[in-house]
Design a protein around this ligand. Structure first.
Ligand code: SAM
Ligand code: SF4
Length: 357
């Protein structure tokens, strides 16, 4: 039986926002706690705003305005922040993103430095796969644990239109190289647009045939061109209907509340597919993320423009304890949720590629 409906999620209610000066007092805990009771353990670090592709749902055609060299975090600064996050603030997982992290020539140095500064912590990258073929082995050697590759379609024409670059063969080679290098499990992330939803079954088949874990992500209003419209978004229901034309899906739900993907068993298993319904089934209640932008600001929520500068303290001779305290204060004020459905919602100023997805 093909299942095409999402079940009812069991979502924990947020504690009411603290109010009044006494209630807003931040407890003296070492980790990254917010006033809704969530603790951040998953750190995303953006390494650059630059990218080798121009996905229409993310970047403008001409690319993002360049971050000047003196504003970009250096490899040593990234390593120090990761060290503070892990050693002092209890972060247990780190992922590098961007822009495109492979644009950084010093990515291997950053990985190796983080392995030394935070031994035992899983380090991954989210990449578009361009150039991965050439670097998969050196990244593995540096200590990278695994990779997520973004791939929205295996149709070359659709890929070129969506990314504004004809690079599909390169990306597929990059995925293959990551598997060969042992950067596993290789996960594939896909954002579907109305023009690519018809190809979702071929993409899933391609991933299943290679033992890759595919996760579909609903497009969020984080495009630079501000063209996002909920009515045009390919939502989880539409996607499930499209996949059910070829596969029999059985809902397994979320294996871990802090993992946003809901898993579906394909044709009785063992293969599964994940669906991250960021818009229609928000998981903000269980969000355990904290982000550092390429310019060294803490960004607690993708959808809130509130950012706290760590770079100035880092460069001004601040101690680890001072930086950690700034980070905790930023986390305490994290928004309850993205509020996409609320009246008057306005997308954030920075687009996904400028924040670090
Ligand atoms: N360049 C790398 C890549 O594409 O994997 C890393 C950065 S990219 C911003 C990280 C992830 O954000 C990608 O999987 C991409 O598909 C996703 N993304 C970008 N814009 C998005 C949007 N508007 N809604 C949902 N996901 C988006
Ligand atoms: Fe570049 Fe990734 Fe944004 Fe695509 S999604 S434009 S690959 S940063």
């Amino acid at each position: 039986m093909a299942v095409t409906a999402l079940g009812i999620p069991a979502i924990r209610q947020l504690s009411p926002p603290a109010s009044g000066p006494a209630a807003r007092t931040r407890p003296r805990v070492p980790y990254l706690l917010d006033q809704h009771g969530r603790v951040a353990r998953d750190l995303r670090v953006s390494l650059t705003e630059r990218c080798s592709l121009r996905c229409t749902y993310c970047m403008p055609e001409e690319g993002l305005p360049a971050i000047t060299k003196n504003k970009l975090l250096t490899a040593d600064e990234v390593i120090r922040l990761v060290s503070i996050a892990v050693q002092t603030l209890g972060v247990s997982e780190v992922r590098f993103t961007g822009g495109e992290p492979l644009i950084r020539r010093d990515l291997e140095d950053i990985i190796a430095g983080c392995v030394e500064a935070a031994p035992g912590v899983p380090l991954s990258i989210t990449t578009n796969g361009v150039g991965l073929k050439q670097r998969a082995k050196t990244l593995k050697k540096a200590g990278l644990t695994r990779v997520n590759v973004s791939l929205d379609t295996v149709d070359r024409r659709h890929f070129a239109a969506l990314t504004r670059r004809d690079r599909l063969p390169t990306v597929l080679e990059g995925i293959e190289a990551a598997v060969q290098a042992g950067l596993t499990p290789v996960k594939v992330n896909a954002v579907l647009m109305p023009e690519t939803v018809g190809g979702a079954v071929d993409l899933l088949q391609w991933c299943v045939d290679r033992g890759l874990q595919l996760r579909f992500i609903e497009q969020m209003p984080l495009d630079h061109d501000r063209g996002w419209q909920k009515s045009e978004m390919v939502d989880a229901e539409t996607l499930l209907a499209a996949l059910s034309a070829r596969f029999t899906l059985h809902e397994m739900g979320r294996t871990d509340p802090s993992v946003p993907a809901e898993e579906w068993l394909i044709d009785g298993g063992p293969a599964t597919v994940g669906i991250i319904a960021s818009v229609t089934r928000s998981f903000c209640e269980d969000c355990d993320r904290t982000r550092i932008t390429a310019e060294g600001t803490v960004r607690s929520c993708l959808f809130s423009d509130a950012e706290t500068d760590l770079r100035a303290t880092l460069r001004g001779g601040g101690t680890d304890a001072q930086i950690a305290e700034l980070w905790r204060a930023a986390m305490w004020d994290k928004s309850a949720g993205h509020g996409i459905d609320s009246e008057g919602f306005a997308p954030p100023v920075r687009s996904m590629g400028a924040i670090g997805g």
